[in-house]
Design a protein around this ligand. Structure first.
Ligand code: NAP
Length: 279
């Protein structure tokens, strides 16, 4: 089995970003990270994002808020960050605490600063096949891995396992834009193993540690594992890769999709800064 390491794709994105930066004549874009509370998964992703931005000489500013901030106060603070001309793009950690009106916050976010594709306008563009907006970074990272490894999507049978708005649905839309034939599965899908086994490319984003094995994977399938889980104190994906024999290619966890997501975030940040300067 060929392992598709995210670092190879991340390196290619780095080259693209360096070229894009030359359009900015020395201007250094700034990422605004907005976080309420200190969820360990958010902190871990934040550290990775800061490290990635530093490696590309991009700035990051973290806006951290107490868990008990009121919905009104948070919205007001969020609007200030959104208006701040020094912030070129925003990463907002979600889900927000239940007492915060998430819909109002998302509606306030400028689509041009919405680097992780959470605003309705950006999501609508992904569904319309319009590439001028920002798609959710993880969904885009999956496509980047596929493309950078010269895996053809046109006419391929792609099965997406998971239907969330951050991964499952947008990744399906990005793949259909590349002329793949798509099936989206979820927890109520019948005959899941049989459906998955028919995939040329199986994209797994369910958040179930090592659930996917050879019973779900057809011979010579390409498997992209988006899952990030902890089992027996170790980071693992949704695919039980150690015991998989059927796959022709597969992304490992760690060092797979996760290694590309922050690179896509950086690319989106630089694009946002370029577009801001053009307007
Ligand atoms: P989510 O919102 O919980 O969605 C999970 C999806 O999987 C749902 O559509 C759910 O179906 C489906 N599902 C759950 N159990 C299933 C089962 N037994 N059989 C079939 N379908 C099942 O999760 P998410 O936010 O999309 O994240 C998915 C995974 O990706 C998580 O492990 C997350 O940590 C990881 N992730 C990775 C990155 C990265 O950079 N690599 C970034 C973000 C998230 P229903 O809709 O029917 O409930």
């Amino acid at each position: 089995m060929i392992l598709l390491y995210g670092a190879d794709t991340a390196e290619k994105i780095k080259t693209e970003i360096s070229e894009m930066l030359s359009e900015l004549n020395g201007y250094i874009p700034t990422l605004g990270i907005v976080r309420i509370g200190s969820n360990p998964a958010d902190i871990s992703y934040e550290k990775g994002a800061i490290k990635k931005m530093e490696s590309l000489s991009l700035n990051t500013k973290v806006f951290e808020f107490e868990e008990n901030i009121s919905s009104k106060d948070f919205l007001s603070e969020f609007k200030k960050i959104n208006e701040d001309n020094e912030i070129d793009g925003i990463l907002l950690f979600r889900p927000l605490p239940e007492h915060i009106d998430e819909k109002q916050v998302i509606e306030a976010l400028y689509e041009k600063k919405d680097l992780d594709g959470i605003s309705y306008k950006n999501i609508a563009k992904v569904f319309a096949g319009d590439e001028s907006g920002f798609a959710p970074c993880t969904a885009k990272a999956v496509l980047k891995i596929i493309e950078s490894n010269n895996i053809e999507l046109e006419g391929k049978n792609v099965v997406v396992l998971g239907r969330s708005m951050v991964i499952g649905k947008p990744v399906a839309m990005l793949a259909i834009k590349k002329n793949a034939t798509i099936t989206i599965c979820h927890s109520k899908t019948k005959n899941l193993k049989e459906v998955c086994k028919k995939a040329d490319i199986l994209i797994v984003a369910i958040g179930r540690a090592k659930m996917i094995n050879d019973e779900y994977i057809g011979e010579n399938a390409i498997v992209i594992d988006v899952g990030i889980n902890f089992a027996e104190g170790k980071l693992c994906g949704d695919v039980d890769l150690e015991n998989v024999k059927n796959a022709y290619m597969a992304t490992p966890v760690p060092k797979g999709v996760g290694a590309v997501t922050t690179s896509v975030l950086a690319e989106h940040l630089v694009r946002a800064a370029i577009e801001k300067r053009m307007n």
